[in-house]
Design a protein around this ligand. Structure first.
Ligand code: PTJ
Length: 254
């Protein structure tokens, strides 16, 4: 990895890039993952590279939804494995939920490498190496699912996902939580709760909210979920981008 000085103004973003590039080099991230990271970076730039108010509220709702779930499951692809393997293991641990490797550009070798990486990062239950069922309505490898994991989960976390599977999981009657920096993506619009935030910030924040709310009464968690509105949140995310861009422009004029 290139040695990036901590003082570099774009340190976090450059380190993320290096991690995805290392994932490709080590054979667990797809080369297409580099393009996905670039797209994410662009939206993060427009958001001001911070967790916005709307993202913080969505994260709280997602934590409440995961705590109310009977069988939560967390999906992991090549980009997620490159960026937040330990953080995903910590979230799974806080929830007592399995991690399930699910890939768009699937190869058994990549699935195994990611599963091994997650186990080495502290995950106790990793699924996806032996899928035994499929998500109806999907023709690509992403339809593969595991009983006891995503297939029969009632709440599924899908970070950095395509819209098709999000829609297919919702059609199965599941509650779907997306992490996607693009508030206009089909994934963000079709999900039950969308965290428009960088996965680097979103996963640790989500774990912190889960731990914070873990002793809250069920009624309080239900109220948080009931009051959440995904469409309103996405509209707010777009407004936050507009406000950030206007503030930047004003700064440049003065
Ligand atoms: O490992 P595989 O084979 O399953 O492939 C994974 C990728 C990510 C390549 C695949 O799912 C893909 O092509 O995804 P998309 O359709 O490019 O969608 C990824 C979404 O995640 C886009 O809307 C990006 O803006 C968003 N995104 C990218 N990086 C981040 C992100 N969102 C949050 N944090 C990021 N770091």
């Amino acid at each position: 990895m290139t040695d990036i000085p901590k003082s570099h103004p774009r340190y976090a973003s450059l380190v993320a890039r290096e991690r995805v590039a290392a994932g490709v080099k080590n054979g667990f991230t797809s080369s297409q993952g580099l393009i996905a990271q670039g797209r994410g970076e662009c939206f993060d730039y427009l958001l001001g590279e911070k967790t916005t108010e709307s993202a913080a509220a969505a994260t709280r709702a997602a934590a409440a939804m995961l705590l109310l779930a009977k069988r939560p499951a967390l999906s992991v692809n090549g980009n997620v494995a490159a960026l937040v393997p330990e953080e995903m293991a910590a979230l799974a641990d806080a929830l007592g939920a399995p991690l399930e490797v699910n890939l768009f550009h699937r190869s058994e070798e990549r699935v195994k490498k990611i599963a091994d990486l997650l186990r080495a990062s502290g995950a106790s239950r990793v699924l996806g190496e032996n899928p035994d069922s499929t998500v109806p309505g999907l023709e690509h490898a992403r339809s593969l699912a595991t009983r006891g994991g995503i297939y029969d989960a009632d709440v599924v976390l899908i970070p950095l996902e395509d819209g098709d599977r999000c829609e297919a999981l919702v059609a199965m009657g599941k509650k779907v939580i997306a992490i996607d920096l693009n508030p206009l993506s089909r994934t963000a619009r079709k999900a039950t709760v969308s965290l428009v935030d960088n996965i680097l910030r979103a996963v640790p924040n989500l774990t912190a909210r889960v731990l914070e709310l873990s002793s809250a009464p069920r009624g309080e968690l239900e109220k948080i979920v009931l009051e959440y509105n995904n469409e309103r949140t996405l509209r707010q995310a777009v407004e936050e981008i507009q406000n950030h861009l206007q503030a930047q422009f004003k700064e440049q004029k003065t």
